[in-house]
Design a protein around this ligand. Structure first.
Ligand code: MLT
Length: 411
């Protein structure tokens, strides 16, 4: 007898994409200690938390130091003061009604999009857009839903929906039946969006096929154009078939602070072996209350301050700042003849690599010749080959410097 591991873990690629990039960048930095590297790889923000957020955060930390105001365990689902602000500001303002027990506060959309699959059966057929945020795929690999990876870099049992320049990055409906569909719009990594009409096609598909859409809207605050849905619940009928994930990371700078939320409407159903409908909301509640003890009180107070007048003003300034970077990246890359996408409703710019240079070769070229780090598109899935992602999250100064350096390269 010997202890057995979860064999599914052996099906994973050796490391998570951003860990792999870090390793390569650190190695390069060790070999070239004098070189100033500009990081535009992982989508991590650089602007500090808004002052309104810090003020609320500090006040709540002080409260924790006094017996009259000390808080122990909070509700696993989050405090009402934050949930109600979310409902009021992020949904009611767009004509969407939600009740308090449909919103679950968490420490990140990464965890929630990764954990949600636990409440669904292992036989479900999973569809992902390709390229895709790797967390959706890899958590399903860990759970045993995907089988091994085949030669083309695709897990055998996953349904891949290619999103490339050829289809304007709009995924076509699958030709086979799928049960769970991961959609992320504005998209990570391509920075592209779906219109209301295009998203309606997916909601209708899910309703007709008794499927569920897992909708990651972590980048909704970067939408600048009309007719792009900020929430999937802007689409009629979506509350029956969609779970939505939101985050305070990218809009309010919480990447290191950690706060996010997931909306699970009570109408969303999954089916048992006798084909009886079972509400998903109580199952997610059951999962969270068992495995999660909630986000800390000071952090939820800090997140609530995002919705204050001052907080809203400050987060808008940060988003505008990053979008100014995005415009600079777009203009600079177009000027040197590169084909680019995204960056209009998103902090990500998706670059077609020059003829004959694959994603990792482009990564190496930019790292060694311009000392700029981006993310190779193929790291997000096979349809990402031949593309490269650059984020607008660095400082304005570094963004300009990086573009100057890249502009000097000849491809
Ligand atoms: C990314 O770079 O794709 C994101 O930072 C990943 C994340 O938010 O976890």
């Amino acid at each position: 007898m010997s202890v057995k591991i979860n064999e599914n873990y052996l099906l994973l690629k050796s490391s998570y994409i951003f860990a792999e990039i870090n390793q390569r960048v650190n190695k390069f930095q060790e070999e070239n200690p004098e070189t100033e590297i500009i990081r535009m790889g992982i989508g991590d923000v650089t602007r500090p938390l808004p002052k309104a957020v810090i003020k609320a955060f500090q006040k709540a930390v002080d409260e924790m130091g006094h017996s009259e105001t000390f808080m122990g365990y909070g509700p696993e689902q989050g405090y009402s003061f934050l949930i109600n602000k979310i409902i009021e500001n992020d949904f009611k303002s767009r004509g969407i009604d939600l009740s308090e027990d449909e919103v679950f506060i968490s420490d990140g959309a990464k965890c929630d999009t990764g954990n949600i699959q636990e409440i669904f059966g292992l036989d479900n057929v999973i569809a992902v857009t390709d390229p895709v945020y790797p967390v959706y795929v890899e958590t399903n690999v860990m759970a045993g839903r995907t089988g091994p990876m085949g030669d083309e870099g695709k897990y055998e049992k996953l349904v891949y929906l290619p999103c490339t320049a050829e289809n304007d990055f709009v995924p076509a409906l699958p030709s086979e039946d799928v049960d769970i569909i991961y959609l992320c719009f504005p998209n990570n990594p391509t920075g592209t969006t779906l219109t209301k009409e295009q998203l309606t096609t997916w909601v209708n598909y899910a309703r007709e096929n008794k499927s569920i859409i897992l909708f990651d809207a972590a980048y909704e605050s970067y939408i600048t154009e009309d007719d792009i849905p900020h929430s999937i619940y802007e689409i009629d009928g979506a509350k029956e078939v969609a779970i939505e994930f939101r985050s305070f990371s990218k809009n309010a700078g919480f990447t290191g602070t950690r706060c996010a939320y997931t909306v699970v409407p009570k109408e969303v159903m999954a089916y048992d072996l006798e084909d009886n409908a079972q509400a998903v909301n109580p199952l997610w509640n059951r999962r969270q209350t068992t495995k999660f003890n909630g986000v800390s009180y000071p952090i939820q107070k800090a997140a609530a301050a995002v919705y204050s007048e001052e907080g809203q003003k400050e987060i808008k300034e940060s988003i505008d700042y990053y979008m100014q970077n995005a415009a600079i990246i777009r203009e600079s890359l177009v000027e040197i003849g590169l084909e680019i996408y995204g960056g209009v409703n998103s902090p990500y710019i998706w670059v077609k690599t020059p003829e004959g240079i694959d994603s990792w070769a482009f990564f190496d070229l930019l790292l060694t010749e311009a000392n700029v780090v981006g993310t190779p598109g193929v790291g997000f899935g096979p349809s990402g080959e031949g593309y490269f992602r650059i984020t607008a999250f660095n400082t304005l100064e570094n963004t300009k410097k990086a573009m100057e350096r890249i502009s000097k390269l000849s491809f």
